[in-house]
Design a protein around this ligand. Sequence first.
Ligand SMILES: CC(C)(COP(=O)(O)OP(=O)(O)OC[C@H]1O[C@@H](n2cnc3c(N)ncnc32)[C@H](O)[C@@H]1OP(=O)(O)O)[C@@H](O)C(=O)NCCC(=O)NCCS
Length: 168
Amino acid sequence: MERLTPLIIRRATVADASQVAAVLNAVIAEGRYTLFDKPFSDAEEEAFITSLGDRAVLHVAVANELIVGVQCVDRFASYAHSVSHIAHIGTWLLPECRGQGIGKRLWAESLAFARHCGYRKALISVLAHNAQALRFYRSLGFTDIGVAREHVQLNGTFYDEIFMERAI
Ligand SMILES: CC(C)(COP(=O)(O)OP(=O)(O)OC[C@H]1O[C@@H](n2cnc3c(N)ncnc32)[C@H](O)[C@@H]1OP(=O)(O)O)[C@@H](O)C(=O)NCCC(=O)NCCS
């Protein structure tokens, strides 16, 4: 893809559902960078965006009116107040748009949002073979917590997953 300037980072709205699903589905189709293993429909993505509460956001990176990247900040868990200080993060970019600093731009907005919401730490999990994502998150200040063995099954194969965290 041509140089992605100007790039806009903004909150997703329901009207973005189709393009957000397209980004997620491009990563899912690669079959090795996310634990999601079936494509999202536009309706599922609409429902997800609609369901986001006060302490959750989906940021989108937009170039030439096309959504090329997505980053989600959400509560790690909703079942107990004791872990309400933990944000869970996920990032997905179109393959041709990686390695150009877009993930970092998304993180700047997501970090500001997480601080505004009062989160104290962020948690992510990355498939152990996903070298680009590991470098990306380490460059953002995330440190490895540990490896969960055979944590994710994709197409009948079990993969290790690395959990990482950083203070907000
Ligand atoms: C992982 C991902 C989100 C990173 O986003 P990105 O926009 O490609 O990353 P950036 O360009 O912002 O790079 C930030 C840092 O990551 C590292 N990095 C990213 N791509 C890299 C590459 N191809 N080679 C080496 N380092 C790389 C660098 O340290 C870079 O810092 P620098 O620009 O100061 O050198 C993106 O590649 C992606 O969507 N991958 C597929 C989906 C995925 O794996 N998601 C993560 C699991 S939730």
